[in-house]
Design a protein around this ligand. Structure first.
Ligand SMILES: [Zn+2]
Length: 140
């Protein structure tokens, strides 16, 4: 299939998944797709359509209860969502994913907890291979 046709269909499918999984999107592209829940299922759906996670940005989910529990916010300001309470505060950390979607899951569930700046309020913001930034950069 021609690359741009493939890309077109992948983006259509991801748009559907973003709605279905209540993903909080920052901007118009496919970087910083914040996934507060069902992260494993979301990544599995991406794998099925050949889309992979290239990087992960980290967002503090700043709610009243997280404020009390963890002292949020941990970063700068950020987006709100109709679905979730509070807002998402952007941290200055981005983790590169070099070995595909399985590696992304490992980072999200294990690696991140070893970081000095880790807090249970953090949720991942996925950068997807279908974003124009990735295509320009051309990293595998
Ligand atoms: Zn926080």
């Amino acid at each position: 299939m021609l690359e741009y046709i493939k890309l077109y269909f992948q983006r259509k499918s991801v748009d559907k998944l973003i709605k279905e999984f209540n993903v909080v999107k920052v901007g118009n592209g496919y970087i910083d797709c914040i996934v507060p829940e069902k992260i494993d299922s979301f990544i599995d759906e991406l794998t099925k359509i050949g889309v992979f996670v290239t990087d992960i940005s980290w967002w503090c989910h700043c709610t009243l209860s997280n404020k009390k529990l963890y002292g949020c916010p941990h970063g700068m300001g950020g987006p709100q969502s109709d679905v979730y309470a509070g807002f998402f505060s952007e941290l200055n950390y981005i983790t590169e994913v070099h070995n595909g979607n399985k590696d992304a899951k490992r980072i999200i569930h294990e690696e991140i907890k070893k970081e000095s700046w880790y807090s249970p309020c953090l949720v991942p913001g996925l950068w997807l291979s279908i974003d124009k930034y990735f295509l320009k950069r051309g990293r595998q």
